[in-house]
Design a protein around this ligand. Sequence first.
Ligand code: XMP
Ligand code: MG
Length: 184
Amino acid sequence: MSNITLQDRVFSPYLHQAEIAQRTDSLAQALTEVYAQQFPLLLVVLKGAFRFAADLVARLDFPLEVEFIRLASYENSQSSGQIRTVLGLEDRLSLEDRPILIVEDIVDTGLTLDFLYAQLQARQAHQLATVSLLFKPDNFRGEHPPAYFGFSIPPAFVVGYGLDYQGQGRQLNDIFREKPSAEV
Ligand code: XMP
Ligand code: MG
């Protein structure tokens, strides 16, 4: 695999699709043990999680429902901490008395998850957990760490497999990491 350039940035290969698939298998197994009898609602956070979510549910062979929400929090590659709902959950959807599993591409500062938890708790959702493909523990300063995650990664910016830089790179099948500017 070679480096890729998106806009003004250079990214190098980081997580190969085979590794991602293998970790997704393990996550699906762990989730099956916990949720197989519970009819969970999977709440996919768009846009970044769309590929991980599709590959994850393909491995979950038990009754579940899937809904989507879209939050916006990011300007360029810096987490702004300012989050807004772009596409929300329908009002008719009852969130009480059922397990809800949030599906994320990446948990960075955790501020997006804090915002989402507050919104869901305001609608009486109390059985909440998160599965995220990626987790950046060094940046995390939130209240709700993901109960399940695929890879713990250092704070570098990553793209591919649903994750974007300024809208680009979501179609890449592997995950790439931004090179520090000294290395470019
Ligand atoms: P927080 O900081 O609220 O951020 O946990 C979560 C959201 O920020 C985006 N994010 C990234 N997007 N590469 C990306 O393409 C990254 O390295 C990255 N780090 C954070 C993402 O939208 C995530 O849901
Ligand atoms: Mg996201």
